[in-house]
Design a protein around this ligand. Structure first.
Ligand SMILES: [Zn+2]
Length: 112
């Protein structure tokens, strides 16, 4: 039995769903790839479901998995907590993704 790749372990350790508000959960869905070739996608009210989707094929390591998960989570937080006209832009989400990842990492909160 070979050692699992760090990206596979990181994907296995993600929760099946994540609660964004007292009333709303997002399902965490891991698929092989997205049609648009992206690493991940945040879907609001997609056939009645809210989902964070991760495309496993794109990830090389644990860091890719965690950064993408944080990125999609920030989109979800933006959608749930900011008014429609103040949604974060893709560029803002990308900067925050780095910031959140670094703060969690530097404080030892990323041991999944
Ligand atoms: Zn994005």
């Amino acid at each position: 039995m070979g050692r699992k790749k760090s990206k596979d372990a990181a994907l296995d350790n993600l929760p099946a769903s994540i609660r964004l508000t007292a009333k709303k959960k997002y399902e965490v869905l891991i698929i092989k790839e997205l049609d648009n070739g992206l690493y991940g996608e945040c879907r609001q009210d997609y056939d009645g479901l809210n989902q964070i989707v991760l495309a496993s094929k794109q990830f090389k390591n644990k860091k890719d998995v965690l950064i993408t998960f944080i990125h999609e989570l920030i989109h979800a937080i933006s959608f749930e907590y900011l008014p429609d006209k103040q949604q974060l832009t893709e560029s803002q989400v990308m900067k925050l993704e780095r910031g959140v990842y670094n703060v969690l990492k530097l404080n030892g909160w990323l041991n999944i």
